[in-house]
Every structure is written in structure tokens, then in C-alpha cells.
Write a protein that binds this ligand. Structure first.
Ligand code: ADP
Length: 484
């Protein structure tokens, strides 16, 4: 807590647990044991309107800067994020529960978006199109969309913010971010570091809300906000989409997933097990790209189950700040209850328990890393996003069967498969109805590739050179009379 204590002194709206503020506030707790770690003053709907107006003013000067000048500020912010990696990682672990090594990885990953978009800022090229008229030219240019609102989740408190803020700022937009109630501290630290990097006041503002629906209603209805970028549950995403309809805001949505993880008989089984561990148990299974449904070809099913169980035994459940921990607690008690209910439902309908299978005896919000076998479609766990350290395994017979099973969901975010036959790799890769396909890997996130889903998993892409376009409008100018 050393780093957090020092940081609190520099953050005007954050208080340590001995100083409860008089103003409206929320309590940030350690997911491991639900103990308070800090208080944060909150913003109400009226104040949110003022924040948006400030962002509108900031937009006109920020968007008028050269791309090179915006790049310089972003690069400085990137450097400061990395220089403060120990602080940010400790805070991520304290407020989200993830192991400190993963938290450090998240800071590096989050910062990589800032570096990437600092560079991309300079490459928002337009086009000159041959005109179909005499004495005319057609110019196509890209312009910053305006004020952006972002609403982000708790599972990657730093990276989910940089993934939206970096392209927005690179494009010339100003942005208001409402972080999740569980994880506002890292967001506030990042805001301070952005100001230290020279970002003008009002260009990036963090709004902490204890009533997300009320503040969300302002962000999605205010006419000055031109785009909403949201990462979170599909249910909330659909609601926000409706709310944005009245002012026809542009939308970027990263919603839920139901990722299949397929192991074919020609796969390298040891590599598949390593990929399964990385994809399933990272962040205690609380990521939207986590493997959710395992399909193992029947000829290699037993081998995969045995090897996976051996690897799961190696996982170390514990507090994220404790040396050696590889799986932390779930985010809160509601999450623990939900995961427990999914496992109980599966067990009652005939699932086998190969490892774990219950809340950990050590108490807190810990759930044992679990392997369930013989999952059937009548079980809730087969259709719901698990968001916990549970591998739900089933067997399949043919390639056609498994493609049908894998695509039989309204979601389309991430998918994974392990195979070595080149023909199969292309066939299956093309047939999977997902925005992202990991082939012989359980980790797919990188700033250089377009992250996003199809079907009910979302709209738009984050990262890559496509990511900047989501924060820009195309304008075309028809110039005529040039020969006269
Ligand atoms: P999760 O189940 O991962 O917490 P949510 O979709 O509930 O996912 O939360 C993601 C983000 O959406 C959080 O910042 C949360 O505060 C916010 N949120 C939840 N409900 C609403 C709402 N009605 N309006 C605006 N934001 C909301």
C-alpha cells in the first residue's frame, strides 16, 4: 500500500480510509477481503453536464493542434505511465484483485496503445479522388469526431481506458471517462499523469459515479457528446445504444463474449494445455476474451483433461500482492455467488468435477481454479459468460459438428482453436463467426491488431490503424470551377 498512500496525497478527490470525505463519495474495496482501501468523491448528473461543457471548450483548441504536437503529449504520457508502472500495478491489484505480475503486464499493455496512437496521430491521411467532372477535384479528409464519452469496466482498469483515450486524443477529440465503481483509483492516477505530460485541462476528464445509470444518462443524451465508447456487459451496452439513439451518437461497443476453445486431434496437446491455462485462468477468468466453452475432439479428450488438470494444480490462489500468486479473487461477492451458482447448476445436471469445484476454503471472494467435464447444452454454464476460473469441457466428433457448436451463440468476440493441418486451419479460421480467432495461441490482444466483436459482441474496433478511424469523421469536399 506504500505506493497508493503516496499517490492519494496527490489526488484531490481521493481520501485514505481514516478521512471519510463530507462530499458524496464511494468506497473502494480490496476484492480479496472486501476491506475499504480508499474513498473517492463522486460526480452527479449536474456536475457531469459541466464536465461535458468543459470538454467541448477543450476540443476546439486540442483538435486545432498539429498531429505532431498531439503526438508529443501522448508520447510523454506513455513514458510517465511506464515510469509509474509499480504504482499503477499496485493500485490495479488492490482495486481489481489481479496478481501483481498480471497488473504489471496490464500497465505495459495499456501504455502500448498510447505509444501506438501517438504514432498513428500523424497518419490520419485523406485522399484525392479523380473527379467525374471537368475542372474539379474531390478531396476526402478525416476530422476529429468531437467530444467522446467512454464508460469502462473493472477487469482491465488501465488498459480499457487507454484503448479508448489514446485514439480519441490522437484524433483530436476530447474525452470524458466514467470508470467502473470498483476501480476508479488507477483511472484518476492516469488522468493526473496525462496532465503532468502536458495535456490541456478539460481534454481528458475522469468522472467517478456511484450511480452509473444517472451519469450514463447524461453522457448518452447530451448533444455535445458525439460518440460513446463502451466496454462492458451486453445488457448495459444495448441499453446505452438505445439511449444514444435520440442524438444519433456514433458508437463503439465492446460487449460480452462466449469464446469457444477447440482442440483438434492433430493439435500439439501440450501447447493447447498451455494456451488453455493462459486464456482461461488469466485474471481469474474475468476477461471478455476468456475461453468459455472448451470443445475437445474425442480421440484426444482424456489426454487433454489429464494434462490440463496437472497444470491447474500448479496454479496458486491467493492475494494478488502475495509473491507467487497466479490466480486472485473474484471482483466481489456477487461475482462469487454467480460463479458458484453456475457450477452448482452444472454439477446437478451431471457435470464431472476434475479439479476445484467450489468457493475456496480460505474465504474472501476466492473460487478454486476448476475443471468441469461432460458439459451439456442444458447447463447454464454452456451458454452464459462464466467470468470465473472454470474450464467447462466437452467432447466433439467432427470438424463440421464443432463449427456448428462454436457458432451457435449470439456472441462473436474471441475464439481459439488448436490444429496443425494447414487446410483445416484456413477452413476453420474462416468458418468461425468471431471478430478474433486465435490459432494455436490463447493470447490474442495486442495494440497492433483490431480488437472487437461481431454479432451481439459489439461494434467497431480498438487498436491497430483501423482504431483511429473510429474517432474520426470522413468529410468530402467537391471543388469545382478550378479551370476558370
Ligand atoms: P460488469 O458486469 O462487467 O460490471 P457492466 O456492463 O455492468 O459490466 O459495467 C461496465 C461499466 O458500465 C461500468 O463502468 C459500469 O459502471 C457501467 N454501467 C453499468 N450500468 C450502467 C448504466 N445503466 N448506465 C451507464 N453505465 C452503466
Amino acid at each position: 500500500m506504500i505506493h497508493l498512500k503516496n499517490a492519494i496525497k496527490q489526488l484531490p478527490v481521493v481520501y485514505d480510509i481514516n478521512t471519510r470525505p463530507k462530499a458524496p463519495h464511494l468506497t473502494v474495496t480490496d476484492p480479496a477481503n472486501s476491506r475499504p482501501i480508499a474513498f473517492v468523491e463522486t460526480t452527479d448528473s449536474k456536475e457531469t453536464e459541466a464536465v461535458i461543457e468543459k470538454a467541448e471548450k477543450a476540443f476546439s483548441s486540442w483538435s486545432a493542434k498539429t498531429a505532431k504536437d498531439r503526438c508529443k503529449v501522448l508520447k510523454k504520457w506513455h513514458d510517465l505511465l511506464l515510469e509509474n508502472s509499480d504504482l499503477l500495478a499496485e493500485v490495479i491489484t488492490l482495486e481489481s484483485g489481479k496478481p501483481i505480475q498480471e497488473a504489471k503486464g496490464e500497465v505495459a499493455y495499456g501504455a502500448s496503445y498510447v505509444e501506438w496512437f501517438a504514432e498513428e496521430a500523424k497518419r490520419a491521411y485523406g485522399e484525392m479522388v479523380p473527379a467525374p467532372w471537368q475542372d474539379a477535384e474531390i478531396l476526402v479528409m478525416k476530422q476529429a469526431i468531437g467530444v467522446v464519452a467512454a464508460i469502462t469496466p473493472w477487469n482491465f482498469p488501465v488498459a480499457m481506458i487507454t484503448r479508448k483515450v489514446a485514439p480519441a486524443l490522437a484524433a483530436g477529440c476530447s474525452i470524458v471517462v466514467k470508470p467502473a465503481e470498483d476501480t476508479p483509483l488507477s483511472a484518476l492516477i492516469m488522468e493526473k499523469l496525462a496532465l503532468d505530460a502536458g495535456l490541456p485541462h478539460g481534454t481528458l476528464q475522469i468522472v467517478v459515479a456511484d450511480n452509473p445509470a444517472k451519469v450514463g444518462a447524461v453522457l448518452t443524451s447530451h448533444s455535445a457528446v458525439k460518440k460513446l465508447s463502451f466496454t462492458g456487459s451486453t445488457a448495459v451496452g444495448k441499453l446505452l445504444m438505445k439511449q444514444c439513439a435520440s442524438t444519433v451518437k456514433k458508437l463503439g461497443l465492446e460487449l460480452g463474449g462466449n469464446a469457444p476453445f477447440i482442440v483438434f486431434e492433430d493439435a500439439d496437446i501440450d501447447a493447447a494445455v498451455a494456451g488453455a491455462i493462459a486464456s482461461k485462468y488469466r485474471n481469474a477468468g474475468q476477461t471478455c476474451v476468456c475461453a468459455n466453452r472448451f470443445y475437445i475432439q474425442s480421440t484426444v479428450y482424456d489426454e487433454f483433461v489429464e494434462k490440463l488438470a496437472l497444470s491447474v494444480q500448479e496454479l496458486k490462489l491467493g492475494h494478488g500482492l502475495k509473491e507467487g500468486t497466479t490466480v486472485g479473487p473474484l471482483i466481489n461477492q456477487a461475482a462469487l455467488l454467480k460463479v458458484s451458482a453456475l457450477v452448482e447448476d452444472a454439477k446437478s445436471k451431471g457435470a464431472g468435477v476434475k479439479s476445484g469445484g467450489q468457493a475456496a476454503k480460505m474465504g474472501g471472494n476466492y473460487f478454486e481454479p476448476t475443471i468441469l467435464t461432460d458439459i451439456t447444452l442444458d447447463m447454464d454454464i454452456a451458454v452464459e459468460e462464466i467470468f470465473g476460473p472454470i474450464a467447462a469441457l466437452n467432447r466433439f466428433e467432427t470438424e463440421q459438428d464443432v463449427i456448428k457448436l462454436a457458432n451457435d451463440t449470439p456472441y462473436g468476440l474471441a475464439s481459439y482453436f488448436y490444429a496443425r493441418d494447414v487446410g483445416r486451419i484456413f477452413r476453420v479460421g474462416k468458418a468461425l463467426e468471431y471478430g478474433m480467432v486465435g490459432v494455436n495461441t490463447g493470447i490474442i490482444s495486442t495494440e497492433v491488431a483490431p480488437f472487437g466483436g461481431i454479432k451481439e459482441s459489439g461494434l467497431g474496433r480498438e487498436g491497430s490503424h483501423y482504431g483511429l478511424d473510429d474517432f474520426m469523421e470522413l468529410k468530402y469536399m467537391a471543388l469545382t470551377g478550378l479551370g476558370r
